[in-house]
Ligand binder design. Structure first.
Ligand code: MN
Length: 187
């Protein structure tokens, strides 16, 4: 399993330089403490998935850009194969594989996400315009939207606006796998 600490650190530094934001400003925009942002930039610690989403949303950047290099899209034929990424020990029951890294012309990225039994993952709101499509490929998950958990079974899908707090959990006793396709609509 790859450890993406270095890519996260360099992407954060690059974005902060591009925006011309001090650590103070970056902290205000993302809701992540200055100390934590500094540690992540220096590669001293990796963010949790929830913290990385706060950073991505605050910078109006995609989640996968912190994990994968952005490549210009080739629509004729591209075979994508990636490994699961391990971001943080706290996220030991959730594994994220970016299967299609973010593409600026499509404003789209796709992940395969595995939830081990007992995993409950809560996500902060993403930036406005983000839409998630979830398709369960194996097992059964529950998705938290608008104050309630919704059961999504194998081969079922759910689409929702990602700009509100939401969550995913696996209360079964076997592993669940779903695809999470994320569109960053321009508003
Ligand atoms: Mn989400």
């Amino acid at each position: 399993m790859d450890n993406p600490t270095e890519k996260i650190s360099s992407t954060l530094k690059l974005l902060r330089v591009e925006r011309g934001w001090s650590l103070d400003v970056a902290s205000q925009k993302t809701g992540v403490s200055k100390a934590m942002l500094g540690q992540i930039e220096r590669g001293e610690s990796s963010p949790t998935i929830a913290t990385l989403w706060k950073i991505a949303s605050g910078f109006d950047a995609s989640f996968s850009s912190f994990i994968e290099d952005l490549k210009p899209i080739k629509t004729d034929f591209t075979h994508h194969s990636h490994s699961f990424k391990h971001l943080h020990p706290q996220d030991d029951k959730i594994r994220v594989m970016p299967i299609f890294a973010y593409d600026e012309s499509l404003r789209f990225e796709a992940f395969i996400i595995e939830l081990l039994p007992g995993c409950e993952h809560l996500s902060p709101p993403h930036q406005k315009g983000v839409i998630e499509h979830i398709i369960v490929s194996s097992g059964e998950i529950e998705v938290f939207i608008n104050g309630a958990w919704h059961v999504i079974q194998q081969n079922e899908g759910l689409r929702f606006n990602g700009d509100i707090p939401h969550g995913y959990r696996n209360i079964s006793d076997s592993k669940a796998v779903f695809h999470d396709m994320i569109h960053y609509r321009k508003l």
